[in-house]
Write a protein that binds this ligand. Structure first.
Ligand code: FAD
Ligand code: NAD
Length: 404
């Protein structure tokens, strides 16, 4: 009998975890497994705020896919997915067309701009490792240009961060440490630099523990970061952003850099599949399959999973994406063996939000943590993700060991 073909799209946390767990339990003769990803490396999306601020180099936040897959069990193809034909059971890429018996879509997130004019064009988004490198170099360019210019435009040194969710706050934490370094490197007086976070909701980190939020805001303000809260960004232009301050009150902030970190959606390719979706996220069945499509699994940020206790979606996180990979690998094997699939149940350990490499806030196993202890935990979480994908050798190669 012909071996079934399993095609996994995307080597992010969800896709790579699926493949790594499949290769642990599948014999070479059970299925033909192909992983397609646009780069020959995996990048740690959860470290991209560091690469964007320049506190980590881009090469530090990525590793070769070849280092974690077993070539005798998984074929890796470097290709960019261009279309997914669910009815025809095939995927078109810039490097060929691939048929499948079972498909796993793990193509990750894109920044959500909610149709706000100008953001797509004029704001930068912490979207992937290349975009992170671009943000870092854009900020450095602004500092270098200010330094060179005879007639100086101080707005070059203004950085606006849209959104005070986890991504915005983690990026601000890195900027808090990076700006003094940049000032030294580019001969810029610190008082000329302005870092402003603009948040639409009435609080920073909406929904998070208020005491921890107060800690985070205080520590970021002490590093010179300003907040404008309850004031949505309503437009971006080449010069900066327009902020709604009141009923008919607007303020324009001139800025050399605008980083948009105000939420995510799934990969736009999902919207072309014909599978029902909301902002490119598919409300999956309990076993992570797309409704009505028994041969298609969705993992990571392209999946929308409802927390039935509160009847709201779980926030899309790497923590959940990696766990989904474990279940999807099991369920693929069950389908091949004609067995029942299992329900995915997230095992949430908590969340830690870094405020730079030396500081963080978090709730871990129900307990609040702050400061160096929380920062240490964050590094352990980061190292654990490496361990789950590539074992101890990957932790040794890429892990974070600079304990303060
Ligand atoms: P991704 O990690 O986005 O990976 C998608 C993969 O698909 C990538 O390899 C990409 O190159 C590839 N791909 C995309 N399009 C194509 C295409 N057309 N063709 C081929 N390949 C393609 N979550 C946590 O749990 N903890 C954290 O501390 C945390 N920190 C974060 C910090 C930041 C700055 C950000 C932005 C997010 C953070 N998150 C965190 C959220 C987490 O990163 C995401 O939930 C997670 O990355 C989703 O994993 P994924 O597998 O769906 O996709
Ligand atoms: P988010 O949706 O969590 O936060 C976006 C923020 O932007 C919200 O506070 C929202 O009110 C604000 N916003 C929306 N529109 C706005 C506007 N027009 N003007 C100003 N502010 C606006 O998105 P995120 O921070 O990108 O996080 C995405 C996902 O990744 C979440 O699930 C998050 O939990 C996860 N994440 C986790 C970590 C971590 O665990 N350490 C770090 C980063 C991201």
């Amino acid at each position: 009998m012909k071996r079934p073909t399993i095609l996994v799209l995307g080597a992010g946390y969800g896709g790579l975890s699926t493949v790594v767990n499949l290769q642990k339990s599948v014999g070479v003769d059970v299925a033909d497994i192909t992983l397609i990803n646009q780069n020959d490396y995996h990048y740690e999306s959860t470290w991209l705020h560091e690469a964007s601020a320049g506190t980590l180099r881009p090469d530090q936040v990525r590793y070769d896919i070849a280092d974690v897959i077993k070539a005798d069990k998984v074929k890796f193809v470097k290709a960019s997915v261009e279309g997914i034909d669910i009815a025809g059971k095939q995927v078109t890429t810039n490097n060929g067309v691939f048929s499948y018996d079972y498909l796993v879509i793990g193509l990750g997130y894109e920044g959500e701009t909610f149709g706000i004019p100008g953001l797509d064009k004029y704001a930068l988004s912490i979207a992937n490792v290349k975009a992170a490198r671009h943000i870092r170099e854009h900020i450095e360019y602004q500092f270098a240009t200010w330094s060179m210019d005879e007639v100086k435009d101080d707005s070059r040194l203004t950085i606006v961060v849209g959104g005070a969710g986890f991504t915005g706050i983690e990026f601000l934490g890195e900027l808090g440490n990076r700006v003094p370094e940049l000032c030294k490197e580019f001969d810029v007086p610190k008082e000329k630099v302005r870092v402003l976070c603009v948040e639409a909701a009435p609080m920073v980190l909406p929904g998070f523990d208020p005491e921890l939020v107060e800690y985070a805001v205080g520590h970021l303000q002490a590093k010179g970061i300003e907040f404008s809260i309850g004031t949505p960004v309503v437009e971006a232009t080449p010069e900066g952003v327009k902020i709604k301050k009141g009923e008919d009150e607007f303020e324009f902030v001139k800025a050399g850099t605008v980083v948009w970190a105000a939420g995510v959606r799934g990969n736009r390719l999902i919207e072309q599949t014909g599978i029902e979706n909301m902002r490119a996220r598919v409300k999956v069945e309990k076993d992570m399959r797309a409704p009505g499509h028994n041969d298609v699994f969705i993992v990571g940020d392209c999946a929308l999973l409802i927390n039935e206790e509160i009847n709201r979606p779980y926030p899309p996180t790497a923590q959940i994406a990696m766990q989904q990979g474990v279940t999807v690998a099991k369920n693929l094997l069950s389908l091949i063996n004609g067995e029942e699939t299992e329900t995915f149940v997230p095992d949430l350990k908590g969340s830690v939000c870094s405020l730079g490499e030396d500081d963080a806030i978090g709730v871990v196993f129900g307990k609040k943590v702050t400061g160096a202890k929380a920062a240490f935990m964050k590094k352990m979480v980061d190292n654990r993700a490496l361990y789950m994908m590539g074992g101890p050798s990957l932790v040794v190669k890429k892990g974070k060991f600079n304990v303060l």
